[in-house]
Design a protein around this ligand. Structure first.
Ligand SMILES: *Cc1c(COP(=O)(O)O)cnc(C)c1O
Length: 367
């Protein structure tokens, strides 16, 4: 029996190998490995992909993109940043790296996104930002979030690590908040062959600050105007990302077709985590909710189907974040999701046949 892998970059690499090797060779023969033509070209091209009016700043990874976004907004010690505990650890680790305190808001049980109706309860005089995580490729309603914030000076950072290509009412995820942070970790919708990330903003001053922060806070004369870090995107990854960006719309379309196939063939007891009708889901992950999740996951694995859980332990219950003083039972909807969500294999090269196999085996396991 052929194993259905959860993620497999090699299938795609074999298809684009020639384009990749020529891009890599172009960089190696260029004499410039750091912050050169490839990075600026990728920044331009990714900005065009987003169809927004802002600019991009290539950085080393998605976590740094969030840290740099927070730092550019002058968010530091004694400040609070509202986000969710149902996210990848980097969302929260970035808030800590910036020196601020994460404050967790529970999620909407239907979409598993931040529950905008509860935001108000978490806003204090120390709140400086909200990191809205566009989880799974779905989109948080940023215009609605803006209305909730009103005229308070609270910035919106979009965590777009899972949302390349997602749209809300025709507007790209990443172009609605003050700053957005993208990750190009290999498994993401747009994945590098290593680590890479990017910040985006419509505010030219924030863009300038972020460009400084990614390289020691330097001005043109290599003097630090502010304290920065080293978080550069390198030329090799930028050249690889330029190749893969050309294929991204087609890859997202494949994801959409496969996700639709899943939706039509899922057994009744497996409930898809939905998006609202005004969202173009980027289908980064195909997530269902089921009873006896751990047993189902193990039995699928026995049937050669790999699945994953995003996320099994909410961050407020992790050892490292105990000092934030949450109780296990806080954030009840987050806890409930953590015990029932299961992510099924989904990537552009996955065959339709494999999707049907997964649905069949899932029916058998649930029967
Ligand atoms: C992957 C991911 C990140 C971090 O990206 P890295 O490039 O791995 O640092 C941040 N937030 C979310 C929601 C992610 O899925």
């Amino acid at each position: 029996m052929n194993k259905v892998k959860f993620f497999d970059y090699l299938q795609q690499y074999k298809i684009i190998e020639n384009e990749i090797t020529s891009a890599v060779s172009r960089v190696l023969n260029s004499g410039q490995l750091i912050l050169g033509k490839e990075v600026s070209a990728f920044e331009e091209e990714f900005g065009a992909f987003l169809e927004g009016e802002g600019s991009c700043v290539g950085v080393a990874n998605g976590t740094d993109a969030l840290v740099i976004a927070l730092t550019a907004l002058d968010i530091a010690r004694n400040h609070e940043v509202i986000t969710v505990a149902n996210t990848a650890v980097p969302t929260v680790s970035a808030i800590r790296q910036a020196g601020a305190t994460p404050v967790f808001c529970d999620i909407d049980p239907r979409t598993c996104l931040i529950d905008l109706n509860q935001i108000e309860n978490h806003i204090t005089s120390s709140t400086r930002a909200i990191i809205a995580v566009h989880l799974y490729g779905n989109v948080v309603d940023i215009p609605k979030l803006k209305r909730i914030i009103g005229d308070r000076s609270i910035a919106i950072i979009e965590d777009c690590a899972q949302a390349h290509g997602a749209k809300l009412r025709g507007v790209a995820a990443g172009t609605m908040g003050d700053i957005s942070a993208f990750s190009f970790y290999p498994t993401k919708n747009l994945g590098a062959y290593g680590d890479a990330g990017l910040c985006y903003s419509r505010d030219p001053n924030l863009v300038t600050e972020m460009k400084r922060i990614r390289m020691y806070g330097f001005n043109e004369n290599n003097c630090s105007l502010r304290e920065g870090i080293n978080s550069r995107l390198d030329e090799l990854q930028a050249a690889i990302l330029r190749v893969k960006l050309k294929h991204l719309p087609a890859h997202i379309e494949n994801r959409r077709i496969l996700a639709e196939l899943y939706s039509s063939y899922l057994p009744e007891d497996a409930v898809q985590v939905p998006a609202d009708t005004d969202v173009n889901h980027a289908n980064h992950l195909f997530v269902i909710k089921i009873k006896n999740r751990d047993r189902v996951k193990a039995e699928l694995s026995n049937r050669a189907i790999d699945t994953a859980i995003h996320y099994p332990t909410p961050i407020h219950r992790m050892e490292a974040y105990r000092f934030l003083n949450y109780d296990e039972g806080d954030l009840p909807e987050t806890n409930l999701a953590a015990s029932s969500v299961l992510s099924l294999p989904l990537y552009p090269e996955l065959s339709q046949e494999s999707v049907l196999t997964v649905c069949n085996e899932l029916s058998n396991v649930l029967a």
